[in-house]
Design a protein around this ligand. Structure first.
Ligand code: AMP
Ligand code: MG
Length: 534
């Protein structure tokens, strides 16, 4: 297996009292597939695992329990320190099951990672997400049967069982999935304790966004942010050369600079743009400064928009704003190919095909949420209100899903949503986020010695703006006759229609006729004489 990648990036697991086999699931994530079956006196466990060549590392067995673990941990060293006198577990799965033996379900409160897990423990099934739910996890529960999967569409074969529970949900915190009664999403930072025979579920929180605010002197705040981010980048860069998706904004440039600091050779960076807009000049300044092997990928706008079904298929999200952020990155990931450099900055990259093309990708995604970066708000009360709102509402949007890059066969991870970085960033008092007339001041100050001044002070530009995605999507709709005042609502309807086709009905995104979807929505708009923009 490539030591640079997690053992598994997704699964479907079924725990039953009898021993039926789950149907062959559909996943958007692309990796090797392994089927695995285990029968004990109390139950059977069937798993379909998405892996990179060493599926066994994604399983662990101890004391009659079996754990299926997709993703990775970022605080292994800390966790190993909790198990003195034991043979130290090699894989993340083995580490988690050893901690479970000591801490029970509270083991999941110790983990800083990007993962989804299912544990079969005699007559119990335990399903867990990481603190941010950054790898989505869906369950379908009925007396005698528990199904869990990292993509909702993988549960398509499961019979609707929601009616046996109040409001169709086996537990009150479960997030219903659009038009899939009986399936619900496990909330971020949660562990579900399920009694298989009855289907009784109890949800426990393993993380909540901090509500209190820390008051720190400037230099201490800056130092705390720098150290937390350095550690998050370090724990996310494996033995191979990391690839950073770089816009040239402060968030991704910070990640690239810190990854470059700790890398023996030059790292890889890549920027995307379209025929409408790009940030190539800004990204080039950073690439030159850190000495990365840099690549620019231009996506024609027509191709970008034709990626809408793929973005929805991967993210399983109906929020049009989120899909607009994710669309340019979807297009970028699908065009990455083999970008591995051979240590020669300025060279044109090595395209040797025999080393495997799966990459470990770091992004600058998500820094704006705890820092209130996209609100362009200078009043501190409003800024903190916005941060609270965004931290309360991110769950279920699947913005951080690894499936976006996994659809193209790559593994991505977001240092700003490291559990410890997030705790630090959320909890700083608003005056450290907005200061001296700058947004995200504390982050900018923390990187001031590592990046050119023009990058440190560069104003926020969202990827949907920098690539022209928002305006191109709007134009697609107005060109089809949709009135300007209805565009926002129409975007939502387009995304929902695509979602219904690829997630609910199980169609492959290549089979979705985007023009027909737009036409359908435009006809609906025509019959809606006074559209009320949302
Ligand atoms: P933003 O919306 O600008 O915060 O973008 C989120 C993340 O997506 C950034 O931190 C980058 O890692 C990545 N990104 C944004 N724009 C680009 C781009 N033009 N090319 C490559 N990666 C990008
Ligand atoms: Mg940006």
């Amino acid at each position: 297996m490539d030591a640079n990648l997690p053992a598994a990036i997704g699964f479907l697991a079924e725990v039953r009292q009898d021993s039926a086999r789950p149907p062959e699931p559909v996943f958007a994530a692309r990796a090797f597939r392994a089927r695995w079956h285990e029968r004990t006196a109390d139950r059977s466990l069937h798993t379909v695992l998405l892996h990179f060549g060493a599926p066994d590392e994604a399983y662990a067995r101890e004391a009659g329990r079996t754990l299926v673990f997709a993703g990775e941990l970022y605080n292994r060293d800390e966790l190993l320190g909790l198990l003195p006198g034991r043979v130290l577990p090699g894989s993340d799965a083995a580490l988690v099951i050893a901690l479970f033996d000591v801490y029970g379900i509270h083991a999941f409160r110790l983990l800083n990672g990007r993962f989804a897990a299912l544990l079969a423990d005699r007559e119990r099934a335990v399903a867990a997400t990481d603190h941010a739910g950054s790898m989505p996890l869906y369950v379908s529960v009925a007396p005698g049967q528990v199904l869990a999967a990292t993509e909702a569409k993988a549960l398509r074969g499961a019979a609707p069982r929601g009616r046996s529970f109040p409001q169709g949900r086996p537990f009150p915190q479960g997030r219903p999935v659009r038009r899939r009664p009986g399936i619900c999403q496990v909330p971020a930072g949660s562990v579900l304790d399920i009694q298989v025979s009855t289907g009784l579920c109890v949800a426990h929180r393993t993380w909540t966004p901090p509500a209190a605010r820390r008051i720190l002197p400037e230099d201490e705040a800056v130092d705390t942010v720098r150290r937390a981010l350095e550690r998050a980048v370090r724990s996310r860069t494996g033995p191979g050369t990391p690839l950073v998706v770089l816009s040239g904004g402060i968030d991704s440039s910070a990640v690239a600079a810190l990854a470059a600091h700790r890398s023996a050779g030059p790292i890889d960076t890549v920027s995307m743009g379209t025929d409408q807009a790009d940030e190539f000049a800004q990204a080039r300044v950073v690439a030159r400064h850190i000495g990365s092997v840099h690549q620019e990928i231009t996506v024609p706008t027509g191709d970008l928009l034709r990626g809408l079904p793929h973005a929805v298929w991967a993210a399983e999200c109906t929020d049009p704003d989120v899909i607009e952020y994710l669309l340019p990155l979807t297009a970028l990931y699908l065009r990455l190919g083999d970008t591995r450099n051979d240590g020669d900055p300025g060279g044109d990259g090595d395209t040797g095909g025999d080393r495997g093309t799966a990459r470990r990708i770091l992004t600058g995604y998500g820094a704006d949420i705890p820092l209130g970066g996209m609100h362009r708000e200078s009043r501190l009360a409003q800024l903190d209100t916005a941060v609270c709102h965004d931290m309360d509402t991110f769950d279920g949007l699947n913005e951080m899903t690894p499936t976006l890059s996994a659809m193209a066969g790559h593994w991505s991870t977001h240092p700003y949503w490291d559990r410890d970085v997030l705790d630090v960033l959320v909890s700083l008092e608003a005056g450290l986020k907005r200061r001296h007339g700058r947004d995200k001041w504390v982050l900018r100050a923390a990187l001031s010695d590592a990046l050119p001044h023009e990058v440190v002070v560069r104003p926020k530009l969202g990827v949907h703006e920098g690539s022209g995605t928002t305006s191109s999507f709007s134009r697609l709709l107005t060109d089809a006759g949709i009135p300007k005042g209805f565009v926002r609502q129409a975007k939502r309807l387009v995304v929902e229609e695509i979602y219904d086709q690829v997630v609910v009905e199980g169609r492959h995104p290549d089979e979705v006729a985007l023009d027909a979807v737009v036409e359908l929505i435009s006809e609906r708009a025509a019959h809606h004489p006074h559209p009320i923009p949302r």
